[in-house]
Write a protein that binds this ligand. Structure first.
Ligand SMILES: Cc1cc2nc3c(=O)[nH]c(=O)nc-3n(C[C@H](O)[C@H](O)[C@H](O)COP(=O)(O)OP(=O)(O)OC[C@H]3O[C@@H](n4cnc5c(N)ncnc54)[C@H](O)[C@@H]3O)c2cc1C
Length: 458
């Protein structure tokens, strides 16, 4: 693994004892740099490795469907880990307290964890570190080019990050190594003869109880690593060849629908990139268009959250956008929407309603419509701060891929001009780019989309 993927974030004296990998973003056994690094460190030290997952009580706006997607996928990951000889400990409660508690109980010598710049995860880490007396290493297993290696500042727009990413990609876009054989016994807490013992029993998950507690995830997205790979296969055949022309068409879309799997880490973006690069029978412009979204846009969103602590507030907007929105705050709105009307998809705009109903029905909204959707919320809200809060609430609670850096960047782009430039001035938006129903009609068959999701004529 490239050494820039790992960073020592808690410098404490080296200790003997097992290695614990605290998995909180990359919920997968395959193609996982955090797991690979933890396994390598365990092998070097001649120590066993265990993976710890802590299900937090409440996770921002996450709904039972999100937990269901996570838990059902994790069951499969736990089986894959067990086959590799790596036990999974499942904790419940405050991760910032429970993980250090486990580390103490196991007399672990080293903690490895995933990188995540979002506020909740930063909070967990801030709570955990003072409780830990062992070294803690953070691994960037999310980005093809580790976010801190790509840039040490907030990038202005895709144009400024793209060359940095492209320059470093050949260095980082490498194959994943096989995991070294672990030392702990696979299916019991008892070590093999001659290997170190766990000093405390590992808290094992009761999968049936968890399934009963959280129910089933949306039928449109079967959870887990195998389902993610199956979706990738379908995309390679049916979506990728058309991606350059049809990615922005919500009717018969060419988009991959991979975002829930990428968000929950059930699929590695690096694996997707490697597979797409090998798809030689696909037009090169389709591959490039897709890799621009998968790598540059996704990693721009990571850069935004990493370097903008208030990424989900109007303080994150660039000065020109904040000024123009302020100037137009008193403009008359064509409609002032209520929260319930938005949530139910009952606005005066048939396309907006159809997009919201697609989200309600499937846990996903097409990417082009997400932009339109957020911009209409700005048009119908008394001010940009209210629009931002509404979009974040709806997106994070209803979208299966919500609570993701992509969502924070996408909403800030739509409402606050983040990563964009000024456009011709209009009421309410000022110089923030607007999108209109007539513009959508020129792009795709709005009537067909409305008919499909609202069951009504446009
Ligand atoms: C208002 C708004 C809200 C959004 N909310 C989310 C969200 O909650 N979670 C989320 O993952 N994405 C979000 N996005 C970004 C983007 O719309 C989705 O990633 C994409 O639509 C997911 O569908 P897909 O996997 O079929 O995309 P594809 O077109 O197949 O793209 C493949 C992957 O590339 C990445 N990607 C694509 N478009 C973007 C983009 N514009 N910015 C960053 N990465 C991108 C995603 O990881 C995506 O899965 C949002 C965008 C906007 C404008």
């Amino acid at each position: 693994m490239h050494k820039a993927r790992a960073r020592l974030i808690h410098n404490r004296a080296q200790q003997p004892g097992p290695v614990v990998y605290w998995m909180h973003r990359e919920f997968r056994a395959r193609d996982n740099w955090s797991l690979a690094h933890a396994a390598e460190l365990a092998a070097e030290r001649g120590q066993p490795l265990c993976v710890a997952v802590c299900l937090a009580r409440g996770f921002g706006l996450a709904a039972p469907a999100h937990f269901a997607f996570l838990v059902h996928g994790l069951r499969e990951t736990a089986q894959e880990l067990a086959a590799l000889g790596i036990p999974l400990a499942l904790l419940r409660g405050e991760p910032g307290q429970e993980v250090p508690e486990l580390v103490r109980g196991l007399r672990a010598g080293l903690l490895v964890t995933d990188v995540d710049p979002t506020r909740i995860k930063r909070g967990w880490l801030a709570q955990a570190l003072p409780r830990l007396d062992i070294p803690v290493v953070e691994v960037d297993a999310r980005n093809c080019v580790p976010a801190r290696a790509a840039s040490d500042k907030r990038e202005y727009m895709a144009r400024t990050l793209r060359p940095k990413i492209h320059r470093l990609l050949p260095e980082y876009l490498d194959e994943f190594p096989p995991l070294p054989a672990p030392l702990s016994a696979p299916l019991s807490d008892r070590p093999r003869p001659g290997t170190p013992a766990w000093s405390a029993p590992l808290p094992r998950p009761d999968w049936d109880a968890l399934s009963a507690e959280f129910g089933q995830p949306p039928a449109s997205f079967p959870p887990g690593e195998a389902a993610a790979r199956a979706r990738l296969d379908v995309f390679l055949r049916q979506g990728l060849p058309r991606y350059a022309d049809a990615r922005n068409t919500p009717v018969d879309p060419a988009a991959s629908l991979l975002s829930p799997y990428l968000h929950f880490g059930q699929l590695s973006a690096q694996r997707v990139a490697l597979v797409v690069l090998k798809a030689k029978d696909v037009p090169p412009e389709a591959r490039e268009a897709f890799l621009e979204q998968l790598i540059v846009r996704r990693e721009l969103a990571e850069n935004f959250c990493l370097h903008t602590p208030d990424y989900d507030t109007p303080d994150a907007f660039p000065a020109w956008a904040a000024a123009t929105l302020d100037k137009h705050q008193a403009d008359t709105r064509p409609h002032l929407a209520g929260e319930a009307e938005l949530e139910a998809g009952d606005s005066p705009d048939p396309l907006w309603n159809a997009a919201q109903r697609q989200l309600l029905a499937t846990g996903h909204m097409h990417g082009y419509l997400r932009m339109y959707w957020a911009k209409q919320v700005l048009l119908w809200s008394p001010d940009a701060a209210t629009a931002l809060a509404r979009c974040l609430r709806l997106n994070d609670s209803l979208s299966l891929d919500g609570r993701d850096v992509n969502g924070y960047a996408g909403i800030a782009w739509s409402i606050g001009g983040v990563h964009d430039r000024p456009w011709p001035e209009r009421p309410v938006f000022g110089t923030v780019r607007s999108m209109t129903l007539s513009g959508a009609r020129r792009k795709f068959d709005v009537a067909a989309f409305v008919q499909k999701w609202s069951g009504k004529a446009d």
